[in-house]
Design a protein around this ligand. Sequence first.
Ligand SMILES: [Zn+2]
Length: 239
Amino acid sequence: MDSDVNRFRRPGLARMLYEFVFPHYCKVCDRRLDPQEEQLCITCFLSLPRLDYDMNGLNPAERLLLTERSLERAASVLQYSKESDYRLILFHLKYWHHPRVGEWLARLGAKSLFEKGFFNGIDAIVPVPLSFMKELKRGYNQCMYIAKGVQSVTDIPILKEAVKRSPERHHQAGLGKFQRWINAGGLFTVADAQALRGKHILIVDDVITTGATLCSMIDTIQEAVPDIRVSVFTLGLAT
Ligand SMILES: [Zn+2]
């Protein structure tokens, strides 16, 4: 995903600043929004490639992660594909300094999952942390915005300091699937095991590609806190 972003023209600084204060353009087709539209124009909104969630079945995110790790539940809001313009939403969130689009999309996804009981029994939301340097460079952790979107629907508290990310060694972007798995080992440390003990946590991330990063985080948490239960919520699921 990170390498793919370079194929697009980055919005100019003035536009990015204006957008930060007054987000008035559709994040997918770039059309100017009407006052009643939020983040996406109505046309793009109605065609969002949303993933449905079935509480009784095995869902796509669960199918991917459950083959690797023990989880309670996992859900993603959208299909993420390199061929689809909807991936621009994730670019805006991660690279173009429009983190509120992530909060908005998380809220949208959380509303429909909430009605299905997806959040029942979950005690805390744990955003996937960025390394100190990466967050400093970006200016924010996009997963915090996703966590806030989920919290606005569920009122579940956010635990943002319980897990830390180790300094970056190699970027995951641009690596092959196998290399990503090797590279993801030991990316995280648990900073506050007491805060997690006995809880059912919801890890929130922007997109699942191979699942390597998430599985590394789940491994670290489950090793440090054996009685923890883990569910996962992401905005995108790569297909
Ligand atoms: Zn649009």
